[in-house]
Design a protein around this ligand. Structure first.
Ligand code: BDR
Ligand code: CA
Length: 322
């Protein structure tokens, strides 16, 4: 694919097993050029999530994609990291052995990288945040002009038609930094939200993991091993086995727009009510007079997603910078 047709993205993440798989998938997608990866606290502290992003990219051969460390805490709150460590392990990426990175993490702060990259870009850029939205919200506060340079923001967060994974109202990413989520949702940008309603269905069953492992190549095997740990984490914490590869859905829709169906609705984040702070509230029936401001996921093609991951992990790394 020619350079001009590639979707330019900044991946903002907190790896995290499913974030790591999202990075691997994006690194193999012909139509995506990763301009940089920014790390935020979430599944573990930001020192760890930045290191994990770097480790996984080095492992994938993507040493030409740079990693920037971002915000070490949410904007207003210091949430207890409920499921992050419980599911992803102390360092955020438990399970398989992934060597220490060789490529250094960049000195520039993630928020400055986002601002500088968007300002310098001649084309619009797509943001793919798969952790708490702290870095993106901080960038909007410091440099509101960058919103003009954003093509779309493809978010993983929230739960609308089903219970959350923190409590009945709350999903992890929005729960960790409700104020940041509110700032981003009210930014006026074109926003797509992949909620738990679809990402819980972006699920690998045990036989799908075995299919991946049997492919035998480096990325397929490490992805299967990441899934083993992630599935066990869910079993230990929630008492049921599942491997929902939440964050990779955000990359998946860039590879194939038809992967997820969305409704264009009004949505906002609860911040004043301590019982529900971080909850994504959406006018899914269009019954209020509020103006739609975001696309909220309704349905995913699970088999297409599984095939997409399996097919892409077999591919070699091809630099998009040459
Ligand atoms: C989200 O929470 C994190 O643990 C995952 O990486 C994903 O981004 C799912 O609620
Ligand atoms: Ca994540």
């Amino acid at each position: 694919m020619g350079k001009e047709k590639r979707i330019k993205v900044i991946m903002d993440c907190d790896p995290g097993h499913d974030d790591a798989i999202a990075l691997l998938l994006a690194s193999r997608a012909d139509n995506i050029q990763i301009l940089g990866v920014t790390a935020v606290q979430g599944n573990s502290g930001v020192e760890y999530t930045a290191r994990n992003a770097r480790r996984i990219l080095d492992y994938a051969g993507a040493t030409d994609i740079q990693v920037y460390k971002g915000c070490p805490r949410p904007m207003m709150r210091d949430q207890y990291r409920l499921t992050g460590i419980a599911i992803h392990g102390e360092d955020g990426l438990g399970g398989p052995y992934i060597p220490e990175p060789v490529t250094p993490i960049k000195e520039e702060h993630a928020v400055n990288f986002i601002i500088n990259t968007l300002r310098a870009s001649r084309e619009k850029v797509t943001l793919v945040p798969t952790g708490p939205l702290t870095n993106i919200a901080a960038a909007f506060i410091l440099a509101p002009d960058i919103k003009e340079k954003i093509e779309r923001i493809i978010i993983m967060g929230g739960a609308v038609r089903m219970e959350g994974n923190i409590n009945s109202s709350n999903e992890f990413n929005f729960f960790l930094d409700p104020e940041a989520a509110k700032i981003v949702l009210n930014s006026g940008c074109r926003i797509y939200i992949n909620t738990l309603d679809v990402t819980m269905k972006a699920e690998f069953k045990r036989e799908d993991v075995e299919r991946l492992r049997a492919q035998g190549d480096k990325l397929s095997v490490i992805t299967a091993e990441l899934m083993d740990f992630f599935g066990k984490g869910h079993e230990d914490l929630f008492n049921f086995f599942t491997i929902p590869v939440h964050d990779a859905v955000c990359v998946g829709v860039l590879i194939d727009e038809k992967l997820v169906e969305y409704d264009f609705v009004w949505g906002d984040i609860s911040i004043k009510d301590e019982l529900t702070a971080g909850e994504l509230v959406a006018d899914i029936w269009h019954l209020t007079d509020k103006q739609p401001n975001c696309y909220i996921s309704r349905k995913i093609d699970t088999q297409k997603f599984i095939n997409m991951i399996c097919d892409h992990m077999k591919k070699p790394y091809v630099s998009k910078y040459i």
